[in-house]
Design a protein around this ligand. Structure first.
Ligand SMILES: [Fe+2]
Length: 264
């Protein structure tokens, strides 16, 4: 397998590189002998886990589990994973429909997204690792949807950790779910291009925050949500887009969205 990330400090493993292909049985034994109990693998560069093994069996403990101040867990990750998988299935369908509606010029139906975000927030409250961990697993064909789901889940987790109230947590989730809705206006050959984009394609791609803002504006959403959509590619040094905002001119929600977007 290709190890993309060791979930632990570099001092906990004997390898010189942070990412590597495990080829020798001896290397696997060295890894198993460490205190590291979980790794992220890249199945594009190495073998996948053996068929028949479900995520529930390989789930504990996730990365960063021992971070200081982490809330007590209410359910085991392996239990919550089953629920999280169902929620992600629903979320994928909701997002697919939303992206398709925008592409076809149909009105956007946001009724389902509010309920979905509440369900995700409940799952994350029961156990933050299951949903966030699962949402970060992507394949090429579901990338756009899974990215929106992952950013939504990360936003809910971040808002919780920042001590924001329930309503702000909900808005953070909505902002995460919808931040890239403008990509539904990007032609599919640009959106799914496997290689690097040329200058013209970049101009199109960089239009997605404004397109998203224009899609969301008539929906009567909270300003924090539409602003996060418009400004999630701004940077504190002013080199971001579309408005080149700096420092405190970027709203809290837009900064949170940028962090979760880049993290995922
Ligand atoms: Fe984006």
């Amino acid at each position: 397998m290709f190890v993309h990330e060791f979930c632990g400090s570099w001092m906990e493993h004997p390898f010189l590189r942070a990412r590597l292909l495990l080829e020798q049985p001896r290397d696997l034994e060295r890894l198993l002998a460490t205190t590291i109990r979980q790794v992220w693998i890249d199945t594009g560069k190495g073998a996948d886990i053996a068929p028949g093994i479900t995520p529930a069996e390989v789930s504990e403990p996730p990365c960063n589990e021992t971070s200081p101040g982490a809330p007590a867990r209410h359910t085991r990750t392996s239990v919550e994973l089953l629920q999280a998988r169902q929620i992600i299935g629903q979320a994928r369908d909701v997002l697919k429909t939303m992206f398709k509606d925008v592409r076809l010029g149909r009105p956007l139906d946001l009724a389902a997204s509010g309920l979905l975000v509440d369900e995700m927030a409940e799952s994350i409250k029961r156990n933050p690792h299951a949903l966030i961990g699962l949402a970060r697993l992507k394949t090429a064909d579901n990338y756009s949807y899974m990215h929106s789901i992952a950013v939504c889940a990360l936003m809910i987790g971040l808002a919780h950790r920042m001590g924001l109230d329930e309503h702000q947590v909900h808005l953070a989730g909505i902002a995460g779910l919808l931040h890239d809705i403008g990509k539904s206006k990007v032609p599919l050959d640009v959106l799914n291009k496997p290689g690097a984009l040329d200058a013209e394609e970049w101009v199109i791609m960089r239009s997605h925050p404004r397109w998203g803002y224009e899609i969301l504006l008539p929906q009567g959403l909270d300003h924090a949500v539409t602003d996060a959509c418009l400004h999630h590619h701004e940077k504190v040094d002013g080199t971001g887009y579309p408005d080149g905002l700096k420092q405190d001119d970027i709203s809290l929600m837009a900064r949170m969205t940028a962090v979760c977007d880049v993290y995922d």
